[in-house]
Design a protein around this ligand. Structure first.
Ligand code: UD1
Length: 420
């Protein structure tokens, strides 16, 4: 059993380098199996979700191994199995991308229902509706937790997404790359990792236009080939360190990022009293004195990301005044609030809205990471609290943050991992 132990109330000062984007790499690794060849993926983050996918691809018959620190080779030429029902698939959310990728390659797939963070219902109806529209038969076996897909052929079509969905947008791109004719996704999600996945697929020979806008056009091609690709920096990891710097006070340079991806957060950090200096591939956060309160509503990109909401709630717990945080993407993302209250945070929740009454001082607490980003929020609260904080369920945090305690320690935080 591992815990993080934090002694709080130290300013953060220095530089932190951001790893490759979790939500891009978990789509790009499955995308690599559509080609019958070798792909090289650079800037790979060392996180548990990647290990899970590596394990899944290996079980499917691909060779999927690190050839260097941060570089993964996927050789899918020997991949001969479309039955992905093993445990590593059930452990993470993004294994739903194996549906689109295997369907494109074999015209059939059997995939265990995805796991991952639990913040309310996480349906995949839009994914399945789109696979059906492309010509696949879909069998939903919820008793055994398995989705089976089969098509004689996939044929391009127009797909309007009722809800803006990152996963459905990417899954349709994957499935449609080798379909006959043209597929048009309307009301597509626009997150940076959608553009990144489309760029990788295009380097593999796909014809995808419009990724990053709400209309994406995929012209089917006969086959894809392997490609070498560098994953974009992680917008959410970068945002987590930016919020930590704002909350702890200090001066932090968050390096190797795409500052444009951070616009919604940068605007908020300025609003609550931080100085933000933007460079070509970095932002510096200078935070002095008490933060001001604000209003935040999570939205699809380029809005404020839901995946930064818990960290921001922790960061605003000591702000001057009442902050209002409205969650519009996930119905039940507020489970972590009970854990934040253990630090003394004064937060009221009504449906999808949280009112955070800023208090002068948080005190260290013994808490659990209830999911990945909630875990990051516990770290931020612990860093700003007086005394010692002990965080359990660290495995959630390891799913998406590379070497988090080392990166924070380098900024001056007093944090360590302990085994019990
Ligand atoms: C992805 C991210 C996750 C992030 C989320 C929103 C990955 C691996 N995960 O999750 O970290 O929190 O985007 O930015 O990239 N919906 C449906 N039906 C569907 C699919 C989604 O109703 O078939 C709804 C969901 O309930 C949710 C909304 O659409 O309310 C957005 O979900 P979606 O963008 O699909 O999230 P994920 O791709 O699962």
């Amino acid at each position: 059993m591992e815990h993080l132990l934090i002694r709080g109330k130290r300013p953060l000062v220095g530089e932190v380098s951001i790893s490759g984007a979790k939500n891009a790499v978990v789509a790009i690794i499955p995308a690599a199996i559509i080609a019958d060849g070798v792909s090289i993926i650079d800037n790979l983050p060392a996180i548990e979700d990647v290990k899970c996918l590596q394990d899944s691809l290996t079980k499917l018959g691909a060779v999927c191994q690190l050839i260097d620190e941060g570089t993964l080779m996927v050789d899918s030429s020997a991949l001969n199995n479309f039955n992905a029902t093993f445990n590593s698939v059930r452990r993470i959310r993004a294994s739903y991308y194996l549906m689109g990728a295997l369907l494109a390659r074999f015209k059939q797939a059997k995939v265990a229902l995805p796991g991952g963070c639990n913040f309310g219902t996480r349906p995949i109806d839009l994914h399945l509706k789109a696979f059906r529209a492309l010509g696949a038969e879909v069998d939903e076996d919820y008793e055994n937790g398995i989705i089976s897909l089969k098509a004689d052929k996939l044929v391009g079509t127009n797909i309007f997404l009722d809800t803006v969905s990152v996963g459905a947008t990417i899954n349709i791109m994957l499935a449609a790359t080798l379909a006959e004719g043209v597929t048009v996704i309307e009301n597509a999600a626009k997150e940076p990792h959608i553009v990144d996945t489309a760029n990788f697929l295009n380097m593999m020979g796909a014809r995808i236009r419009g990724a990053g806008t709400d209309v994406i056009r995929i012209t089917g091609v006969k086959e894809l080939h392997g490609a070498e690709y560098m994953i974009i920096p992680d917008q959410i990891e970068a945002g987590t360190y930016m919020i930590a710097a704002a909350a702890c006070g200090g001066h932090v340079c968050v390096k190797n990022i795409i500052p444009k991806h951070m616009d919604s957060l940068t605007t908020k950090l300025k609003e609550i009293g931080c100085r933000v200096i933007e460079g070509d591939d970095f932002v510096e956060i200078v935070s002095e004195g008490r933060l001001k309160s604000t209003k935040i509503k999570t939205m699809a990109y380029p809005g404020f990301p839901t995946d930064l909401h818990p960290q921001m709630a922790a960061g605003l717990s000591k702000a001057d005044g009442v902050s209002i945080l409205t969650e519009t993407v996930w119905e039940n993302r507020f489970q972590y609030i009970n854990e934040l209250r253990k630090f003394g945070c004064d937060i009221m929740v009504d449906g999808r809205v949280a009112a955070i009454h800023g208090i002068e001082e948080l005190h260290g607490a013994e808490v659990m990471a209830t999911d990945l980003r909630a875990g990051a929020a516990m770290i931020i609260a612990g860093l700003t609290a007086d005394g010692i904080t002990k965080i359990g369920n660290v495995r959630f945090i390891d799913r998406g943050y590379e070497k988090i305690e080392y990166k924070l320690k380098a900024l001056g935080a007093d944090i360590k991992r302990v085994k019990e």
